[in-house]
Design a protein around this ligand. Structure first.
Ligand code: BGC
Length: 680
C-alpha cells in the first residue's frame, strides 16, 4: 500500500494489462488504493473531472454536458455539433436516429478528450410547464424506453459512458432542490421507472445521475431504495452513480455512501476527506460499502479505456459534415405538421412569388452564445446555426422574393414560439406561461387579417396553448429547437423537399387545467411535497380515461401524403403465458408522394380487476413508403406488454381475459381494432 512506482513499474502492474479480464483489473487497482485515495476518488474537481491519483497513474475521468451537443468549456472556445433538442429527436419516433445521434455525440465527446456524456435525460414529461420539457423525450414510458435504450447503445458503442439522468421523478424545475415527489409504487413501476430500468437491462448503461429532489421523502442521492435496492440489486446495474451537481447539499455522508452513491459532483462536500474520515471512524459506513462504490467507478474508467492505449480506442471526431447532416435529418424528421387546411403546405417554389417572413424567432439563434441563455446545462456552442430566415433565403434564392410585409406577400410565415431564457424552456424554473407571449398572439391575429395564407411555425420545446388563435390560422408547424441545421430543415419541410413525419410524444392540452398534473396546487407545483395524485394516468392515459379532448393528441402529426391501414391479423385467438403473439397490418401510401408513417400499436385490457388506461402504447414502427407502395408491419407482444403492476401483490401481473389491439396513426386516430384472449 502507498508505494510509489516508476513509470515502467506502473506499466507492469496487472491492472494496466489490457488483456486481463475487466473485473481482475478492477480488483487489482482497488486493492492498491489507500482508504484516503478512495475518499479522494469519491468527489470531483474543477466542475467536470475526478481527481487523479498520480501514484497509480489514475488519470482524471472527465464528463461533460449535455444532451444536445458536447460542451467542453463554459465559454464556447471549442465548438461542437448542436443537435435538435431531445423532444424533437423523440418526435421522429425513429430509434435508429437515436442510436446514430448517440454514436455521433459520443464521437464528439471522445474528440474533446472526455469519457462520459451527461445525457440522456429521460424524465417523464408529467407537465407541459416543466422548464426542461425540451430536454426530455416523452410522456409515455414505452416510447421513452425504446428511445433511451437506443441512445445509450449509440453513445456506448464508442466506449463513451452514457449518464442516464435524473433518477428519478425530477419532473418539474420549481422547488427541484427541496421538494419531495410523492408517488405511488404503481406509478413508479408503470410510468417513471421503465425507461431507467431498460437502459440498465437492455443497454448496460454505465452511469446514472441522481435527481435533486426527494422521492417519497428521501433525496435521490441518498435514496437506499432507489439506488441500492432497485438499481443495483434488482436491476443488476454494473456502472456508477453520480450526484447531480450539488444535489448532495442536504444529504449526509453515510446516507449517500450506504445508498451507493459513488461520485459527488462537482466538488467534495459531504464526501470531503474530513467528512468521509469522520463518518468512517465513527463506524457510520463500512470498508465494503466504500469499496463497492469505488469499484463501480473504476469499472467504468476501465470500460472507457482510461488505462489503455488511446490509439486502440474508437476515434473521435467533431463538427464533421456527417454529424451536421445527422442533425438536419433529425430536425426534419422531428418536425410535426399540426394543421394544414386546404393543403396550404407544401409551398411550391415555382408558384410563390413573394413570401413574408416575420416573427421573433425568424432570425433568432437558439444557442446565441449567450452563456446565460441556452436553457441551462444543455447549452452548447455550435460553429454555426442556420436560422429559419437564413434557411428560407437559401431555399428561395432567385425564385421567391422574401419580404417583411404580410399584406404584400402571397404567403406569410410567422416564426413564433419561445426561447431558452428564464421563464421559458429553461432549466432551474418552470415556464411562466402556457400561452405564447401576448405580443406574439397579437402579431398572429393581426397578420392573418392582412394575409389569410398565414403559416405559424412554432419554435419551442413544449406544448403551448393555441386555442386563442389556431382557428384563424390555416397551417401550423411545430419545429421545436431543431439544432444548428434547424433553418435548413424547416425550409425543406415548408417547400416539400421533405415530407413531414414527426409525431407528438406529449399531449398538447387545450388548456392547462386539462393536464393531469394540474388538477390542484398540491399536484402542481406543490410545495415541500408534490403529490402525483394522477397516479399512472399521465399524459394521454388521463385524457383518454377522463374523456377530455386534447388540442393535439399523443402520437399525432400530419403528412403531405395519406396512409391507409388494412388487413389487421392477429396470429392467435388465445394467448397463453409463454406465447408470443404476432400482429400484422398492411400500410399503404395512398397519396401522391413519398412519405413516412409512424404505425402505432396500443393495447387495452378489457377485463381488469384494477383501473387501467384505455390504451397503452406497446409497439410502433416508422416506415418509409413510395406513393402507392404497401408494406406489412409486424409487431410481437409477450405477456410483459399486457401486464400491470399490482401493488397489493407487489408484482407485475397479467389477468386472463380479452385484450384489444388498437392500431393507429395517433392515439386518437385508431384505424383498426382486433382482440385476443389471454389464458394463464
Ligand atoms: C443539471 C444536470 C447537469 C449538471 C451539470 C445540473 O444542474 O441538472 O442535468 O448535467 O447540472 O451541468
Amino acid at each position: 500500500m502507498n508505494e510509489t512506482y516508476s513509470e515502467s513499474e506502473l506499466q507492469s502492474l496487472p491492472f494496466m494489462n489490457s488483456n486481463l479480464d475487466l473485473e481482475k483489473r478492477v480488483e487489482d487497482l482497488l486493492s492498491r488504493l489507500t482508504l484516503a485515495e478512495k475518499f479522494k476518488l469519491s468527489s470531483g474537481r474543477l466542475m467536470w473531472h475526478t481527481k487523479p491519483i498520480k501514484r497509480l497513474g489514475v488519470k482524471s475521468f472527465t464528463m461533460y454536458d449535455g444532451p444536445h451537443g458536447v460542451r467542453p468549456d463554459t465559454m464556447g472556445e471549442k465548438k461542437s455539433t448542436y443537435f435538435p433538442s431531445a423532444i424533437c429527436r423523440a418526435a421522429t419516433w425513429d430509434s435508429k436516429l437515436s442510436f446514430e445521434f448517440g454514436k455521433a455525440i459520443a464521437e464528439e465527446v471522445r474528440e474533446v478528450g472526455a469519457h462520459m456524456l451527461l445525457a440522456p435525460g429521460i424524465n417523464i414529461q408529467r407537465t407541459p410547464m416543466n422548464g426542461r420539457t425540451f430536454e426530455y423525450q416523452t410522456e409515455d414510458p414505452f416510447l421513452n424506453k425504446i428511445l433511451a435504450v437506443a441512445t445509450v447503445k449509440g453513445i456506448q458503442s464508442q466506449n463513451i459512458a452514457a449518464c442516464v439522468k435524473h433518477y428519478v421523478c425530477n419532473n418539474q424545475e420549481i422547488n427541484r432542490l427541496t421538494s419531495s415527489s410523492e408517488v405511488s409504487e404503481r406509478a413508479l413501476q408503470e410510468i417513471y421507472l421503465p425507461a431507467f430500468k431498460a437502459t440498465v437491462q437492455e443497454a448496460d448503461a454505465w452511469s446514472f445521475m441522481t435527481c435533486y429532489n426527494k422521492v417519497n421523502g428521501i433525496f435521490g442521492s441518498e435514496n437506499y431504495n432507489l439506488l441500492k435496492e432497485r438499481l443495483i440489486d434488482k436491476w443488476g446495474f454494473r456502472g456508477f452513480t453520480v450526484s447531480d451537481w450539488n444535489a448532495t447539499a442536504f444529504t449526509s455522508t453515510e446516507g449517500c455512501v450506504k445508498a451507493g452513491l459513488s461520485l459527488e459532483m462537482p466538488t467534495a462536500k459531504i464526501y470531503s476527506k474530513k467528512n468521509m474520515t469522520k463518518a468512517f471512524d465513527e463506524g457510520k459506513f463500512t470498508l465494503n460499502q466504500i469499496n463497492e462504490n469505488i469499484r463501480r467507478l473504476l469499472r467504468v474508467m476501465f470500460l472507457v479505456g482510461l488505462f489503455d492505449d488511446q490509439n486502440k480506442l474508437p476515434k473521435g471526431s467533431r463538427n464533421t459534415p456527417e454529424h451536421q447532416e445527422l442533425a438536419r435529418t433529425i430536425a426534419e424528421d422531428g418536425i410535426v405538421l399540426l394543421k394544414n387546411d386546404n393543403d396550404l403546405l407544401p409551398l411550391n417554389i415555382n408558384k410563390v412569388n413573394k413570401l413574408a417572413v416575420i416573427g421573433p424567432n425568424a432570425n433568432f439563434r437558439v444557442q446565441g452564445g449567450d452563456i446565460l441563455s441556452g436553457g441551462g446545462s444543455s447549452i452548447n456552442f455550435p460553429p454555426y446555426e442556420i436560422t429559419p430566415l437564413e434557411g428560407l433565403r437559401h431555399k428561395c434564392k432567385n425564385n421567391v422574393e422574401i419580404l417583411e410585409d404580410p399584406s404584400k406577400a402571397d404567403i406569410t410565415v410567422i416564426f413564433a414560439g419561445l426561447n431558452h431564457n428564464h421563464g421559458m424552456d429553461a432549466e432551474g424554473e418552470d415556464k411562466e406561461n402556457f400561452r405564447l407571449p401576448l405580443e406574439q398572439i397579437k402579431l398572429i391575429k393581426e397578420t392573418v387579417q392582412k394575409n389569410p395564407n398565414t403559416i405559424v411555425v412554432l419554435i419551442s420545446g413544449s406544448p403551448i396553448e393555441m386555442d386563442d388563435w389556431i382557428e384563424q390560422i390555416p397551417s401550423v408547424v411545430k419545429a421545436w429547437y431543431g439544432g444548428m441545421e434547424a433553418g435548413a430543415a424547416i425550409a425543406n419541410v415548408l417547400f416539400g423537399d421533405v415530407n413531414p413525419s414527426g409525431k407528438l410524444t406529449i399531449t398538447f392540452p387545450r388548456k392547462l387545467s386539462d393536464s393531469p398534473a394540474h388538477a390542484s396546487k398540491r399536484s402542481y407545483p406543490g410545495n415541500e411535497k408534490v403529490f402525483y395524485d394522477e397516479g399512472i394516468f399521465v399524459g394521454y392515459r388521463h385524457f383518454d380515461s377522463k374523456n377530455i379532448d386534447p388540442l393535439f393528441p399523443f402520437g399525432y402529426g400530419l403528412s403531405y401524403t395519406t396512409f391507409t391501414y388494412n388487413n389487421l391479423t392477429i396470429d392467435k385467438e388465445v394467448m397463453r403465458e409463454d406465447d408470443t403473439i404476432k400482429i400484422s397490418v398492411d400500410i399503404t401510401n395512398s397519396g401522391k408522394i413519398m412519405g413516412k408513417e409512424v404505425v402505432q400499436l396500443y393495447v387495452r385490457d378489457i377485463d381488469s380487476s384494477v383501473e387501467r388506461p384505455l390504451k397503452e402504447l406497446k409497439g410502433f414502427l416508422k416506415i418509409s413508403l413510395e406513393s402507392g407502395q404497401t408494406e406489412t408491419v409486424v409487431f410481437e407482444l409477450n405477456k410483459n406488454e399486457l401486464s400491470f403492476y399490482n401493488p397489493r401483490e407487489n408484482s407485475w401481473v397479467v389477468e386472463k381475459g380479452i385484450f384489444k389491439i388498437l392500431i393507429g396513426s395517433s392515439s386518437r386516430d385508431i384505424r383498426l381494432e382486433g382482440a385476443f384472449e389471454y389464458l394463464e
